[in-house]
Design a binder for this molecule. Sequence first.
Ligand code: C5P
Length: 316
Amino acid sequence: MRSYSLIAPAKINLYLEIIGDRPDGYHELAMILQSIDLADQIEVRSLSTDNIRVHCHHPQVPTDKSNLAYRAAELMATQFPDAFSNYGGVEITIKKQIPVAAGLAGGSTNAAAVLVGIDLLWHLGLTQSELEELGATLGSDVPFCIAGGTAIATGRGEQLAPLPNLAPIHLVLAKYRSLEVSTPWAYKTYRQQFGSTYIRDSDNLAARASAVHSGAIVKAILNQDAAEISQKLHNDLERVVLPAYPQVLQLRELFATQPGVLGTMMSGSGPTVFAIAQSLQLAEAIKLNVRQAIPDEDLELFVTRTTTHGIQIVPI
Ligand code: C5P
């Protein structure tokens, strides 16, 4: 095959706790990551020339080295130089559905799809954990995006412990198109404001990270209890993003008052806010109500649901 088409789902954070700082400037996290149906479609194609090309119709998506998908292809070329010279360059086409700079791992899931696609194109036969290890060098969320589903993520976010598949939970997502929150800014501000509460002792850090495994939200996930999951949603980064971005706070408050909403939270470093809905019908009604309350065309609203997979190959 000279080309593959892949589905690259977005993720939301059902839980994000910042438990410590790290000497490398990153933060020790305890998270629960969840794949959702909202996805990009990625095509990877072999080129007869030896270069890497990225195409994307979306004006906010760069096509140069600043695109994580480009860097994923570059990483594969340097890791597997023989395959690169055998099979030639790679053309990557991204059909964007996932909002950009949204806290939904859009760039990370595109990069994960490129790793999986090139592994297939070049017949490398890499294992999931080898792909995840490569992914971790590109970004903290890339490893999760490969297999997706529901998982506990600790360390930088790259140490994964899969949880059993959840039956679909209906969601409404809201994001202002023109609003972007810088992830480094969010973590830096959190560290400045709340760094004094961090765990600095490595034994306690490990204990805290493993405590999430037996925490209330994991129990709720194991019980497939959407109402209980919704009650236990948590994101430490809301503490810095909500006060700085009144529009995000407004969405969060609006969702919380809608009939049929079981729970609401910001995803990642924002600015996307999601609501867990009791049913698909109620999710559609919530979307309509929010649209009526905020007729601003800059506001994007999506009805979607949780899914049990990460990168998938589209059968031809
Ligand atoms: O790993 P990734 O490139 O996706 O992270 C983006 C930014 O988010 C990092 O540059 C860092 O500022 C922040 N970050 C962090 N701790 C983590 C993950 C991300 O401080 N565990």
